[in-house]
Design a protein around this ligand. Structure first.
Ligand code: PXP
Length: 259
């Protein structure tokens, strides 16, 4: 399976002091040597981590293809298309969110998405849509003629964390996941079934399938058996581990786990 390493969190650490250390650029060659297949970054409207200058230098200097995530806001679309990355992944964005909490609402944004997708494709940039794993979204993504869909694995990851008791601190507990273990085990299986069905449906329609959000060293091997998924984009867990092990180890271990 291909590994896209999301390096936004290197910039999160730098922005905590508004200085120039650590520099996400230094991750590019390490990621390549460690076996990553792609660099993923998100140029958010609020610029909370990656800045315009980072995005420019990363696209220019990366030895790996760059997958640039962005919202469909016209100002951002213009900046991103001038940068000319290998791929654009369109994502929903809310200023108050901690991270991208759900997939795109394709129905509500259909016309704006259509225009934005064509804008990028006319410039030779392939487009991916970050969506929740529902069959109706696959139908709409097919109608939008994108090259890729990226399935949001956040719901799966939250259930996994609740079931196995890792990572979620008490004040981050999700009330709907305060359930007995058998219920959580059932929910986990349902979330995997939804990902498997959505991935197979997308594959059957000729869409390339990626997945990501909340994947980590504990949960990722539940996703790897889904044969229609060809790429995972993983950020927070890899950068978090790298603080203790170094980035080369955290990427190469993840690459080994996903096979
Ligand atoms: N894929 C997409 C589209 C994302 O928005 C994100 C988060 O920026 C990721 C993957 C990576 O998620 P995480 O940091 O939880 O691994």
């Amino acid at each position: 399976m291909l590994l896209g390493v999301n390096i936004d969190h290197i910039a999160v650490l730098r922005e905590a002091r508004r200085i120039n250390d650590p520099d996400p650029i230094d991750a590019l060659s390490i990621a390549k040597r460690a076996g990553a297949d792609q660099i993923t970054i998100h140029l958010r409207e609020d610029r909370r981590h990656i800045q315009d200058e980072d995005a420019k230098r990363i696209v220019e200097l990366s030895p790996l293809p760059v997958n640039l995530e962005c919202a469909i806001a016209p100002e951002i679309v213009q900046i991103v298309s001038n940068l000319n990355p290998h791929r654009v992944t369109l994502v929903p964005e809310k200023r108050e969110e901690v991270t991208t909490e759900g997939g795109l609402d394709l129905e509500k944004n259909f016309d704006a998405l259509k225009e934005t997708i064509l804008h990028f494709q006319n410039r030779g940039i392939e487009v991916s849509l970050f969506i929740d794993p529902y069959l109706e979204h696959i139908e709409m993504a097919t109608d939008l003629h994108v090259e890729w869909v990226e399935l949001h694995t956040g719901s799966f990851a939250n259930i996994h964390a609740s079931l196995y008791g890792n990572l979620l601190r008490s004040h981050h507990r999700i009330p709907s996941l305060d359930q007995p273990r058998e219920v959580l085990a059932n929910m986990l299986q349902k979330s995997l079934d939804a990902l498997t069905k959505a991935a197979a449906a997308a594959d059957a329609k000729g869409l390339k399938v990626a997945a990501g959000h909340g994947l980590n060293y504990q949960n990722v091997q539940k996703i790897t058996p889904i044969v229609s998924i060809r790429e995972l984009n993983i950020g927070q867990s890899i950068i978090a581990r790298s603080i203790f092990t170094g980035l080369h180890e955290s990427i190469s271990t993840m690459k080994r786990l996903i096979g």
